[in-house]
Design a protein around this ligand. Structure first.
Ligand SMILES: [Zn+2]
Length: 358
């Protein structure tokens, strides 16, 4: 029996408060933001006054900061004095919100719905859940307390948005998803990754550290022989954002030599290293900067199922993979070699294809 249905509110996002200020860096706190019941606006045929006795709706995000462009889950819990026969749950103040039908508890007087919120522009958003509940002649529209969420800007402040977009997706304007692997790895890790890529006819971009590449010529040769693409991740994994111009150029010049005619530089340190200055210095050596759209955070020990989750659904800090997406992994990620097939499958489950080898 259906007790609810999907509701897609229009773009009435008047409750979104957008701050103009640019937010730098990630401020993921993981703090649980929960709310209590508030205003109850009874429908005309409501049999009870608008008090807490009419029921309640509660919104829990599980986070207080999200990255722009990410898709994020919230949980909405409702309680009603009588068995619920119809429920209409909506998330207000979110970008592209959608909610699952209410799943009622055993006695039918409570229930839970999961909603999704796509992070909009950087700033502050205020999320509210509403629930229109009906049961045994009663009807009420309940509203949760507001939950503020900070939307973190991923674009560095001094970089034009168009440049940022092109750099994030590594200039990938194809419909294919690119897998990328950074740094260094043990021989078994690298050979396992190469074998999985070969089996899946997938061409990846590999960004080895220059000193490691020179110390492991047979692995670099194996990569090239397989048709994988080598690009530059600096000579020593230096932080280019604080380095002098001379150091930046030396780090670029002694990085691994790109194996194709399009040269990409991936500066260590992630988006913090991305600036107009570095874009220009890289260009002076023939390089475009290359970042990513999906960060598996495999370097932090992320499990295979967490990596799959990030690729398929995204999380507060990374959006799900899309056509032309670029997935960041590391040759030394604790679960990367073993979990690579699952990551590849997750891309395909989304109906996307990897860049083929030829
Ligand atoms: Zn690195």
């Amino acid at each position: 029996m259906g007790v609810g249905h999907l509701r897609r509110p229009g773009r009435s996002t008047a409750l979104v408060v957008l701050a103009a200020g640019l937010m730098a860096g990630c401020t993921d706190s993981g703090a649980r933001a929960a709310t209590t019941v508030r205003a109850a606006a009874p429908a005309p045929n409501a049999a009870a006054p608008a008090t807490a006795a009419m029921g309640s709706v509660r919104l829990v995000t599980g986070y207080s900061a999200i990255n722009e462009g990410t898709v994020n889950r919230v949980t909405v819990t409702v309680r009603f004095p009588v068995a619920i026969t119809s429920a209409d749950i909506a998330l207000i103040g979110a970008s592209a919100p959608h909610c699952t039908p209410l799943v009622r508890g055993a006695d039918h007087t409570s229930g839970t719905s999961t909603c999704w919120n796509t992070a909009g522009s950087p700033g502050t958003a205020t999320l509210l859940a509403t629930a229109r509940l009906t049961g045994r002649g009663r009807s009420a529209t309940l509203t949760s307390a507001p939950v503020p969420v900070t939307i973190t800007r991923r674009v560095p402040p001094d970089v034009p948005v168009a440049t940022y977009r092109r750099t994030s997706s590594c200039g990938n304007d194809s419909p294919y998803v690119w897998l990328t692997f950074d740094d260094y790895g043990s021989t078994p890790e690298v050979r396992s990754i190469l074998a999985t890529l070969r089996r899946n006819d997938a061409r990846a971009l590999i960004f080895p550290i220059g000193t490691w590449a020179r110390a492991n010529p047979s692995l670099i040769e194996a990569m090239k022989r397989d048709g994988q693409v080598i690009d530059n991740h600096t000579a020593t994994h230096a932080d280019l954002s604080t380095a002098s111009t001379a150091t930046v150029l030396r780090e670029i010049d002694h990085g691994a030599r790109p194996s194709t005619s399009v040269w990409f530089l991936r500066p260590p340190g992630g988006a913090g290293a991305f600036s107009t200055r570095l874009t220009a210095l890289a260009a002076s050596r023939g390089y475009s900067l290359c970042f990513w759209t999906v960060d598996t955070r495999d370097w932090a020990g992320t499990t295979t199922s967490q990596m799959v989750q990030k690729v398929r659904y995204g999380d507060p800090m990374t959006p799900p993979v899309e056509p032309g997406g670029v997935i960041l992994m590391h040759l030394h990620g604790r679960h990367t070699a073993a979990g690579l097939q699952a990551v590849i499958d997750a891309v395909r489950v989304r109906g996307l294809r990897l860049q083929p080898l030829r």
